[in-house]
Design a protein around this ligand. Structure first.
Ligand SMILES: Cc1cc2nc3c(=O)[nH]c(=O)nc-3n(C[C@H](O)[C@H](O)[C@H](O)COP(=O)(O)OP(=O)(O)OC[C@H]3O[C@@H](n4cnc5c(N)ncnc54)[C@H](O)[C@@H]3O)c2cc1C
Length: 389
């Protein structure tokens, strides 16, 4: 963080908030609703304009259904697809089927984020869309948040800015400084398609150095989303089409999906520089939530539930701090401990699974082996999922 007073281009504003939330994904939106409903003065910054598409597999574990409903979100009345079955295929086309236990549901981020945004605004959250936070300073037990257009102060700040943001780079967070390796430098690509595929199933199709998920969302669309290494793209002249044809199509399931489906976006939604390296949950007194606190590998299909759950947990410590019943360091320490208790093992399991599914040969052998022992897949699903919260 730098000294914001030195920034002469910024116009001063008298506004003071209880909590400033940077980033309006599932973590930031849900936190803003919880705290605004409890009577606090909340400001939420989002650099994009709702509704918008973002890279995500759009399969949400049912462990978060109760919490989403408790926020006042009535999406379930739309009859969203409930997903209870899993297919995992190897690059050579060998595959295994398993039941998902609790399972999940499918909904686009375009829809659910926008629904939560409307609820946040209804509860009095000051929402600044198309507004990027560029700096932050902590002085005399309060924050100054600088954004493109002004600055405000707040007693608490939540960093809910996702996998990688300008602030991670500015603060030189540890994961930004890591050299490219096995757990960082991934790219994500998402399409919506119309296709023929069972609505109650999610499939994860592996290919060399990546995997691609397909599952139903609302309406008659399916989300088709893959994660792979930046290296895979580079080796294919930085062309997604070329990489898809040369690498993904080697898995017969993917060749079939990509050649037979109707693609609904003119261009895919993409992101780069994804990292699964460890992160700190509190940095410079900023309470990190969602992916900004630690990102689970998408293979586990559970990042959204973790983002929502981390907000529920952090709200439980922000409230007594604002009510002056605990001190700032107690709020920070207890949040960090509770975060690790809830998510530490899951992230570890996710990293191990990510390593296992990276290599073509190992994945082929692994799927060939576990298809005789489907309980192993169930064990892996359980290791990366939590209970209803
Ligand atoms: C390829 C892929 C597939 C995935 N599939 C699934 C899946 O099927 N199921 C699942 O549960 N999870 C999945 N995930 C993970 C899931 O998408 C994330 O865990 C989840 O989106 C985290 O939510 P969040 O609120 O922390 O961050 P985000 O949803 O990323 O929101 C962060 C927000 O912060 C904003 N922002 C950033 N910097 C600033 C700034 N300086 N100022 C203002 N705004 C800012 C961004 O615009 C963004 O809207 C997947 C991830 C990837 C990469």
């Amino acid at each position: 963080m730098t000294d914001v007073i030195a920034n002469k281009n910024v116009k001063a504003s008298p506004d003071t908030f209880d909590v400033g939330i940077i980033g309006g994904g599932l973590a930031g939106l849900s936190l803003s609703i919880l705290l605004a409903r409890a009577g606090y003065k909340i400001i939420l910054f989002e650099k994009e304009k709702y509704p918008f598409h973002r890279v995500c597999g759009e399969y949400i574990s049912l462990e978060s259904r109760k919490f989403i409903e408790s926020l006042g979100c009535e999406l379930f009345q739309l009859g969203l697809p409930v997903i209870k079955k899993l297919i995992v295929s190897a690059p050579n086309g060998d595959f295994i089927k398993a039941n998902l236990g609790l399972g999940g549901f499918g909904v686009s981020r375009f829809l659910i984020d926008n629904e939560l945004k409307k609820i946040a605004v209804k509860h009095g959250v000051t929402l600044l869309e198309e507004t990027k936070v560029t700096d932050l300073a902590f002085n005399n037990d309060s924050f100054e948040i600088v954004y493109n257009g002004g600055k405000i102060s707040s007693a608490v700040v939540s960093g809910s800015f996702g996998k990688r943001s300008n602030l991670d780079v500015k603060w030189k967070r540890d994961f930004i400084k890591q050299k490219p390796g096995k757990l960082n430098n991934y790219i994500g690509v998402k399409y919506h398609v119309k296709t023929s595929f069972p609505f109650d199933t999610i499939a994860l199709h592996n290919f060399k150095n990546g995997y691609c998920g397909i599952s139903k969302v609302e309406g008659d669309s399916y989300c088709l989303c893959y994660l792979t290494t930046a290296q895979n793209l580079k080796e294919n002249n930085n062309s997604l089409k070329e990489m898809e044809r040369n690498i993904l199509y080697k898995n017969p399931f993917l060749k079939n999906i990509f050649s037979e489906s109707e693609f609904l976006f003119p261009e895919p939604v993409t992101i780069s520089q994804i990292s699964f390296d460890r992160k700190m949950q509190v940095e410079n007194h900023v309470l990190m939530t969602g992916d900004a606190a630690g990102m689970i590998t998408p293979l586990s299909g559970n990042g959204m539930s973790m983002a929502l759950h981390s907000s529920k947990i952090v709200a439980e410590f922000i409230t007594p701090f604002l009510n002056k019943s605990i001190a700032r360091n107690e709020m920070e320490n207890r949040y960090e401990q509770e975060w690790k208790k809830n998510f530490g093992k899951r992230l570890f399991a996710g990293r191990m699974i990510q390593k296992l599914f990276g290599k073509e040969f190992i994945t082929n052998r692994f799927i060939g082996f576990v298809k005789h022992f489907p309980f192993i897949i169930n064990g892996m699903v359980n290791a990366t999922h939590g209970r209803e919260f």
